[in-house]
Structure formats: C-alpha cells, structure tokens
Design a protein around this ligand. Structure first.
Ligand SMILES: Cc1ncc(COP(=O)(O)O)c(C=O)c1O
Length: 316
C-alpha cells in the first residue's frame, strides 16, 4: 500500500551524496526549522508499465522554478536544473521505483545557531518516494472559502514555495477539514479569490476558463500552465483575471490544479452546488487529457515528461 510516508531505507540525495532517508538528518537549531527559511518543490512521476519507465512530469520546469524562487530568501542551489533532473532520475533507478512517485526537493538555510538573521550557509536535499492519491476527487470535492487570508506578496511571497508560508496553508487546511470540507479556498486581503490551500483554482463561466492572474497572490503552478495549454489547444478561451467570491457560487464548473491534487473537480462550494453538482464536461475532458499527457501517452505533450527506465534496483 502507498502511504505517502516513505521507508527510512529509501535512498535520498543530501550533502552531495546518496544516502538512506533515515540518515538524512538535521539538528534542532537549523535556521529553516526554527524560522521557515526553506524553499521546496513537488514533482510527480507516473509509472508507465508499457514503457517500464517512471515519467517525471516537467522536472526541468520545476527545478527552474525552484532555483528562481530560492533567490527570494537568498538560498543558493549550486546544481544546475539539468543536473537536478539527473539526480532525480538516479534516485528512481537506485530505489527501483515501479509505482507512481512524488519528488520533494528542499533547499534551506542550514546554519545551526540562534538568531533570525540568515547567513550564507545553505543546503539542499531531494527525496523521491512512492506516492498515491493526495485528494480523492473522483466524485468531486466540497471546497470551503477560508476565514484565513492568503499571504500577501509583501508579507511572505506565495509565488515561491517558502516553507514558512505553508503555515498559512496548514491553518486553512486544518480548519477546512474540521468543518467537513475537502479543501480550503483562500481569498486575498482585497477579497478576490487567490487559490486553494495547496493548489490553483479555475472556474468556467459562459464557456470560458477563468483563473486568477500571477499578481493575485498565487503560486504560479506548473499544472496550471499545463491545463491552460490543454484548454487553449482544445479551442477553449482562457482568461487570467481576478475572480470575486460570489463568482464561485454562480460558476458552471470549478476545479483545482496542482502536482499533488492533479486536476480535481469541485462540485460544491460553501454548501452550494457547482452547476448541477456533477463534474462538468470541460473539467472532465481536461482531466482525461491531463491524465494521459502526464503519463507520456499523448505525442503532442510528450515533451512534458522525462522518462526514466527503471531496471533492477542497483546494489546499494
Ligand atoms: C499553494 C499552492 N498553490 C498551487 C500549487 C500548484 O502548483 P504546481 O501545479 O506547480 O504543483 C501548489 C502546489 O504545490 C501549492 O502549494
């Protein structure tokens, strides 16, 4: 069974070498652990049985985003995006993965002392693990608008996956679950819809696909970009603009996108049905196309995947 809790024997990359996860430890005074000064990523890989390969989904785009966003808290990631893709492929081979996987790169301020002012001591790690469904959205999700507001760009920029900023997501997720929702929807301080706690949001109105723009306190999602391309290629108009809360209640369709959530239909918002309360036609088509594309099965989007042929696990 896939539990999303990796075995401590899983081989990871840390301190410039491969080692078991159980040995990849940090001290309790680590700057990032105390002050949230890390930047992480999330990448999926899908097992394609016909090709006996793990299809890493847009790893180069993820690593380029990671390196760019690490500049915000001034964390240096010395390896190139290409080299990081190679390390990730090597992790797949060394672990002999033959399942869907999730890759968690993490770069952080690693000094071990007290004091918030950071220095130049940075580290990074990459963990790859078997991974299953993150949010079961087969029947559609019930999302709730959170009382917590999305972090503002001038507080902690949400466009980077900064560790400390995920307190914002954790607070909203915990409250949403306690209130019986599957996922939280954040509004920005100005009252516009920003995104889900761990995903981007799209609505469909009048045959158009609408999503908040990059300046609406969102993470500029790679799945968001993929889905915008799919919609565009299907001839569906895609509009990036601010969305009012009340538009959620009158939208024909709503869905979330993200590496972990994939393309997740929302069929209820704040106890109101979205459309007729079933998964809408555009959501369904995009979801099916996304499902095939990220497994390397659609020629037109084949460049999105990096296939990693996994042989027998190498001797460790
Ligand atoms: C807050 C937030 N928004 C959006 C996303 C979706 O981004 P991506 O599609 O690049 O995974 C994530 C994913 O991790 C996220 O944490």
């Amino acid at each position: 069974m896939v539990t999303n809790e990796p075995d401590p024997k899983t081989i990871v990359y840390f301190k410039n070498r491969y080692m078991p996860l159980g040995e990849a430890q940090v001290g309790i005074l680590t700057h990032a652990l105390n002050y949230g000064t890390g930047v992480f990523e999330g990448i999926r890989g899908y097992w394609n049985a016909e090709e006996e390969s793990v299809m890493l989904v847009r790893p180069l785009d993820h690593y380029e985003r990671w390196k760019h966003n690490a500049r915000i808290p001034n964390i240096e990631i010395p390896a190139s995006a290409d080299a990081l893709c190679e390390i990730t492929a090597e992790l797949c081979v060394r672990n002999g993965f033959t399942t869907d996987i999730y890759v968690r790169p993490l770069a952080f301020k690693s000094a071990q002392r007290v004091g918030v002012s950071p220095d130049e001591t940075d580290a990074f790690a990459i963990v790859a693990m078997p991974f299953g469904v993150y949010l079961d959205s087969e029947k559609g999700l019930h999302a709730g608008v959170s009382a917590w507001r999305r972090v503002e760009d001038n507080a902690i920029p949400g466009r980077a996956k900064i560790c400390g900023a995920y307190v914002n997501s954790a607070l909203a997720t915990a409250d949403a679950k306690r209130s019986g929702f599957d996922e939280a929807i954040f509004l920005s301080e100005n009252g516009h819809v920003a995104e889900g706690a761990t995903c981007n949001i799209f609505i469909v109105r009048g045959g158009k696909l609408i999503t908040p723009g990059a300046s609406d306190n969102i993470l500029e999602g790679i799945t968001r970009a993929s889905v915008m391309t799919l919609a565009h290629d299907m001839g569906v108009p895609v509009v990036e603009r601010s969305i009012d809360r009340s538009e959620l209640y009158i939208a024909d369709e709503i869905f979330f996108t993200g590496t972990a959530v994939e393309l997740a239909p929302v069929t209820k918002v704040d106890h109101r049905l979205v459309g007729d309360g079933t998964i809408g036609p555009l959501t369904r088509s995009l979801r099916e196309m996304y499902h095939e594309a990220v497994r390397g099965k659609v020629r037109m989007y084949r460049h999105w995947v990096q296939p990693v042929m996994v042989h027998e696990p190498a001797l460790k």
